[in-house]
Design a protein. Structure first.
Length: 79
């Protein structure tokens, strides 16, 4: 699965550091609020806890992948 594109809007950010504190992988820098992709586990908790809605993400590619591979019902397979 490809990583989800994450966005941070510095104009909306109020500096509360909720995203930094709640990130389970400690992937967000305390000073610059940049995400370290090598540490990020794509849980999207940063976007969920941001009270100013400064963090967001684009799941378009993941949605396309899931829809193209898992929309049709499959018969049960026995191994």
């Amino acid at each position: 699965m490809k990583p989800v594109a994450k966005f941070w809007d510095g104009d909306k950010c109020n500096g509360c550091q909720a995203c930094v504190q709640k990130c389970p992988a400690a992937a967000i820098d305390k000073e610059t609020y940049e995400v370290d992709e090598s540490l990020c586990i794509n849980c999207m908790r940063c976007a969920r806890v941001c009270p100013a809605k400064a963090r967001s993400y684009d799941c378009g590619e993941v949605q396309k992948y899931l829809e193209s591979n898992y929309m049709e019902r499959r018969e049960i397979e026995w191994f």
